[in-house]
Design a protein around this ligand. Structure first.
Ligand SMILES: [Zn+2]
Length: 133
């Protein structure tokens, strides 16, 4: 997907690239920082890329069942960052980080619930990323 070389409308500090939109933009970084804190895994501090981020999440140690959750949340986060980017780009609405976090939690909760194994999970536990059932 070609992205024109224009200044990022969220931070106005760098040109938009895929890695900038999803990882390196200050705005994306604060979303990831909060997401990783929610997932209780370490965050990425340096300039990075989507690939590094996926590797970081995939390298987390846990049960097979547990590992699927951060992976799924990561895709939910990328998806929501893209929606939020477009909301700013096309409608001029800057979505606050907390709002993006809420959307990610709601969206991924519905994904988990739609699977047989997620049926017993409740919303309160999900908000604390307590997936022990
Ligand atoms: Zn930016």
């Amino acid at each position: 997907m070609p992205i024109p070389n224009i200044l990022c409308s969220r931070c106005c500090l760098a040109e938009e690239s895929t890695d900038h939109i999803f990882v390196n933009c200050l705005w994306a970084r604060s979303v990831w920082w909060n997401v990783f804190r929610w997932l209780k895994i370490t965050t990425i501090y340096d300039d990075s890329s989507v690939n590094n981020l996926l590797e970081h999440v995939n390298a987390q140690v846990g049960s097979k069942r547990w590992k699927k959750m951060p992976q799924m949340v990561t895709f939910g986060c990328l998806w929501t960052l893209w929606l939020a980017r477009n909301e700013k780009e096309f409608n001029g609405n800057m979505m606050p980080v907390q709002k993006i976090l809420e959307l990610i939690k709601e969206e991924t909760f519905m994904w988990v619930k739609s699977r047989a194994a997620g049926g017993v999970l409740d919303w309160k536990k999900w908000l604390e990323f307590d997936i022990s059932v």
